[in-house]
Design a protein around this ligand. Sequence first.
Ligand code: IFM
Length: 428
Amino acid sequence: MSFPKNFIWGTATAAAQIEGAWDEDGRTPSIWDTMPEGKIARNETCHVACDHYHRWKEDLKIMKKLGMKAYRFSVSWSRVIPRRGEINEKGLKFYRNLVDCLTEMGIEPMVTLFHSDMPVWVFEAGGWKKEKTSDDFEDYARVVTEALSDKVKYWFTMNEPQCFASDYIMLDPEARMEEVTRNILLAHGKAVRAIRKYAKQPAKIGLVIMGLCMEPVEGVMDELTAEAATFSEEMRYMGMKWWMDPVILGEIPSALQNTLSEDDMKIICQPLDLFAGNVYFSANYADIPGGVNPLAVPGMPKSQLGMPFKPKCMYYFAKFVWHRYHLPVLFTENGFSNVDFIMSDGKVHDPQRQDYIHRYLLEVKRAVEEGIPVIGYLYWSLLDNFEWFHGYDIRFGLVYVDYQTQQRTIKDSAYYYADVIRSNGEIL
Ligand code: IFM
């Protein structure tokens, strides 16, 4: 069995990482626009980023040229709701145009409501320390759903709570992870409720989790042990169990027993349609008592960002989450950062990324062949972009961005991925 006919091939981005236009057309800042000095490498900012806010048509044309079937982007909360109770029509119009154009091009739009860029007004009102933030998020979800759901079927409430919760605590050290988790989970549940209520067509909803799993290693850990370790309490908030057990199974991990009430769980545990995971590598065995640390293997292949090259994580992720949560699996991110540059022939040759895509996708194929319902794969990212605390040095894109001129150059790996898409995975 190979990839199903309707397999979703695409890419993903996030508003703060590509849009720029940080103070245009009524947008107010997010916490990433006002990061304290010294936090972001070389004090770079995302004020301009890839200037996608002005160049989105060019970027969509590139997607079309590459044959993308789907595009996951995030909405900037502070572009749509610049202050509590205010709706910014110009901000909504930007996303409206994007969605209209995507659908005209036959590219499935997929919306992430929150990808790390908390509005400063929300932060100043108490951020994830306050339950009220979950009401603000519900309201925001309603506004976006009303505006876009005639054409958008796929919705993700939030991206990688593990990461944005830790970032939040770094900015507000008084916050406790347990209370932050509670308010994030309430925000998720309330947003699902709003999407279901206001969507103009049946919605497919997920929460994008950082899909950190353990994989078996000969002589160290067999598959059953790796699977159990993937969902062990010891992974705490970096693992999937902490977030997804309450959300999907309605079960509370022991560390959250004193934090989540029965009433909270009625909000948090809403039916979802898919299991969305961002998967780049498998976890560190040093996390397990007595384990070995593959990150410590001298000279092992890693990306520019230091992520280990571990293609099998795709297969084990799909298998383990399918066993536990019984929802169709969507890879909402996977990608490779590389030292890319424009070469003397004017092209960007990136054979490492091409090999990465090839070998990671072979593991997705293995899962599909075993009958695990994997419904799609979205490469991270369409464009090189603002990689949070690392600034612009780290390049994940299928498309190279020259930040001085904003010129886009399609990398070799993008043409390879386009061939994979065209053949529906047959060339792998
Ligand atoms: O750039 C990030 C993205 O915002 C979330 N997932 C991981 C990517 C690469 O670090």
